[in-house]
Design a protein. Structure first.
Length: 101
């Protein structure tokens, strides 16, 4: 039977393209559709809006890969794009919720 989980993790000190891995070790398999929120006190930039994409790792089913994107409210012509390689996200807390068993 699937259970709900919540896991809070700090971001990486040097972000890599494709995202960072979060292991939810107490479960064998995570269902797709994991939701991510970032601590609202954290900012990516003065006018950046954060966005996220998650994917369950096909080879390690209790690992979620979190990609971080940003858009600028001050420049609507800029589409969502992944944060730059090397971006320090260690001050950010990411809250993952989902279903697993």
């Amino acid at each position: 039977m699937a259970k709900l989980f919540q896991k809070v993790v700090d971001g990486p000190s040097s972000y890599s393209p494709g995202g960072f891995a979060v292991q939810v070790g107490e479960f064998e398999k995570i269902e797709s559709g994991v939701q991510v929120m970032m601590d609202p006190t954290t900012k990516l930039g003065t006018s950046a809006i954060p966005g996220f994409h998650t994917a369950v790792d096909a080879n390690t089913p209790n690992v979620v890969r979190v990609q971080v994107f940003q858009a600028w409210w001050s420049d609507p012509s800029r589409a969502w794009e992944e944060v730059a390689s090397g971006t320090d996200l260690s001050a950010a807390s990411f809250i993952l919720t989902g279903r697993a068993y």
